[in-house]
Design a protein around this ligand. Structure first.
Ligand SMILES: [Zn+2]
Length: 374
């Protein structure tokens, strides 16, 4: 963790200032705090820094017993801390473990990443340099690297330990910061960022709307918020006005059939997930191997959850669909309302293919609509 991250950090519990105690530092491109403690000046909550990454999840101490033993004289253990860790693990533990497994096994950066990143954030290539941005739910940092290479100062945040795959890149740059934390209580100051983006993540939290609200808070007036979520068939009235990618406009001719198939597909997926979220993630991972192989067979492949040309990606994408305990589906109308309630003007809606993928790019107004009403 670089010292330049400190002005952005706050306690996720009470939103007050944190104090840094450094136990071990190393010089890389910048001076990095490898081990340390962030302590809240108000509520006395404490967050460890381990392997150069500040960890804001309430179960961090429980998952790092060796760190606790090593610095026992500096860490105040209490029954309250253990209670908080238990509650956190109950709500987020499975998501943390399963996505950690997925992103640790996901193939490294791929040639297609930049194109996908620019399309899905809907922010032009020229608008990243010099901006301070949050990659919310970065996984192993597939898109963090792109934002960084386009010249942004990136804060990459994820619930899982897969962030560790970005450690070397972060050590080699003074523009990349890593934090482990939860999108429902983001440990960043309000209105401190130029841009916050989240690519296909917030529907895996217990409340996608609340995660969007938390993301929106981090953005400065005049700054941008971009995210997309899993879509749903919704009402036909809304479905038929979904924006389609240029290469998919032919779907307009069979839009009623498309609406029906999307609805059936979601029904089957919900049915399967009743089982798949309850079996161990290692077992499920094995079951995804035959699905990944079927993903290469013409026509049959559409019965699986990935048709990516690389089998290792198909394996992860099938697991990605079937394993997360939380998976909500939304319409574009819902997410447009979410950002407007947080004082954002809608700039763009993400066009998509057969399966709806509602995504928005918004710009924060100087005054929120709720403030005008007052
Ligand atoms: Zn606090």
């Amino acid at each position: 963790m670089k010292h330049t991250l400190m002005p952005f950090l706050i306690c996720p519990e009470c939103r007050q200032t944190l104090m840094l105690s450094t136990f071990k530092e190393q010089n890389h491109k910048s001076c990095e705090v490898i081990e340390g403690l962030l302590t809240c000046q108000s509520c006395t909550a404490a967050y460890p820094i381990i392997e150069g990454i500040p960890l804001f999840n309430s179960n961090s101490f429980c998952l790092h017993a060796e760190f606790v033993r090593k610095y026992a004289d500096k860490i105040q253990q209490s029954a309250q801390l253990i209670d908080k860790a238990t509650i956190f693990s109950k709500i987020h533990g499975q998501t943390q473990e399963r996505f950690g497994h997925e992103w640790m096994n996901y193939p490294g950066p791929m040639a297609e990443d930049r194109k996908i990143f620019l399309e899905e954030t809907q922010i032009p290539q020229s608008d990243w340099a010099g901006k301070t941005v949050l990659d919310a739910g970065c996984g192993m940092g597939r898109y963090t690297r792109i934002a960084h290479d386009l010249g942004a100062h990136v804060i990459a945040m994820d619930l899982s330990h897969a962030l560790i795959r970005l450690q070397e890149a972060a050590f080699n740059s003074d523009r990349m910061h890593l934090i482990q934390g939860n999108l429902l209580s983001i440990p960043l100051k309000e209105e401190s960022l130029d841009t916050a983006y989240s690519i296909g993540v917030i529907h895996h939290t217990p409340s996608a709307k609340e995660a969007a609200r938390q993301l929106a808070k981090t953005v400065k007036p005049g700054g941008h918020l971009s995210f997309w979520v899993y879509g749903t068939a919704g009402s036909f009235k809304h479905f038929q006005t979904n924006p389609l990618r240029k290469d998919r406009t032919g779907l307009k001719k069979i839009i009623l059939l498309a609406w029906f198939i999307v609805g059936i597909r979601q029904f089957i997926s919900d049915f399967l997930r009743v089982v798949t979220i309850r079996i161990s993630h290692k077992c499920l991972y094995l079951l995804c191997y035959p699905l990944a192989l079927l993903g290469k067979i013409p026509f049959i492949k559409y019965l699986t959850f990935s048709v990516h040309p690389l089998w290792r990606v198909r394996l992860q994408e099938n697991f990605d669909w079937l394993s997360p305990p939380y998976q909500s589906h939304h319409t574009k109308e819902e997410i447009i309302q979410w950002i407007q309630e947080e004082g954002f003007d809608l700039l763009k809606i993400l066009p998509h293919g057969f399966v709806p993928k509602p995504g928005v790019l918004g710009k924060k107004m100087s005054i929120r609509p709720s403030d005008i009403k007052k």
